[in-house]
Write a protein that binds this ligand. Structure first.
Ligand code: FES
Length: 317
């Protein structure tokens, strides 16, 4: 087991909807529970797959990790294994909470947009904001009442003033509703969106160029489809600690080239969405290809996908 991994016991499992199961996980290393934050996720190794699952619980509830897993019909094995092979009393290898989808400090209000199982990190945010009495609004788009997870909680007296569940809207109606609610950027309001790719693209279509990019935050389940850039060229990467220099040709990532040379870079999703491989940049200009960092970030990069705009980039390894 890698150094930063630990074991966690499944202490409860509940079917939230026919497709979504909720798991309560209690880590052997209980100090990890202190790292629970709204928007955070944990890595879970299951059935030979490494998957990232957002935490549904927030810092007010630090007794366990709570995750909700949707059984995806096109699952490559992760969600199917979670649904079909695990039960109370089983132990799983997990990583510590990591957060690439943080609530902005000092926001005047938060607008949470969830599509389907994308409700998980936004529920954690809503619970946290609710506890703090901070202004927020949550819109949860679900296919039907039966497929809406956490329906009772979100429609409870406590939350229903702030949370609305929109059931059964087709793609055009969803886009229309998003266009309406995102029509005018609100000063000091931060937007958070999580859901399937078409849902996130619909949010992006309404916010790009209209809302300040620093006020709009996305959590992706998978990387956006990107075709190989024919303009990719070879660049050099230098390790700050040893001074070694490696060439990164088109079609290969920094993480891959370093691994081929015996230099271990911790990776997980290898799609630029989980943040595991984020590494400091000490010199040179990164060319971000991940879903985490804004274009103007020049001191950090995802080694699993990103490249360099400069001929040489010096990384903090
Ligand atoms: Fe997930 Fe690089 S391994 S962002």
């Amino acid at each position: 087991m890698a150094d930063n991994k630990t074991l966690a016991e499944i202490t409860a499992v509940k079917s939230e909807t026919p497709e979504i199961k909720v798991f309560v996980l209690e880590p052997r290393d209980r100090s990890l529970l202190a790292k629970i934050e709204p928007g955070a996720h944990i890595d879970i190794s299951v059935g030979g797959h490494l998957r990232q699952y957002s935490l549904c619980n927030g810092p007010e509830d630090r007794e366990f990790f709570l995750i909700a897993v949707k059984k995806e019909p096109e699952s490559r094995g992760g969600s199917r294994a979670m649904h079909e092979t695990l039960s109370v009393g089983d132990w799983l290898e997990i990583g510590p909470p990591r957060n690439n989808f943080r609530l902005a400090l000092g926001a005047q209000a938060s607008f949470l947009l969830a599509g389907g199982i994308g409700i998980t990190p936004l529920l954690s945010m809503a619970r946290h904001l609710q506890c703090r009495g901070a202004p927020y609004r949550l819109l949860y788009f679900a296919r039907s009442r039966e497929q809406a997870a956490f329906f009772e909680e979100l429609s409870s007296e406590k939350m229903r003033e702030k949370a609305a569940i929109l059931l059964g809207l087709d793609a055009a109606a969803t886009r229309g509703h998003l266009a309406e609610v995102l029509r005018r950027p609100a000063e000091g309001t931060h937007v958070y969106a999580c859901g399937p790719q078409p849902f996130l693209e619909a949010v992006r279509a309404q916010t790009d160029g209209r809302w300040p990019s620093a006020q709009v935050h996305f959590e992706y389940f998978q990387a956006q489809e990107k075709s190989a850039d024919p303009g990719d060229r070879t660049f050099k990467v230098k390790l700050a600690s040893s001074g070694e220099i490696f060439e990164i040709p088109p079609g290969k990532t920094i993480a891959k080239v370093l691994a081929e040379n015996g230099i271990a870079v911790e990776v997980s999703c290898e799609q630029g969405i989980c943040g595991t491989c984020l590494t400091g940049v000490l010199q040179g200009l990164p060319d971000h290809r991940d879903e985490l960092l804004d274009d103007d970030v020049d001191d950090l990069m995802a080694l699993c996908v990103s490249r360099a705009k400069s001929d040489l980039i010096v990384i903090d390894l």
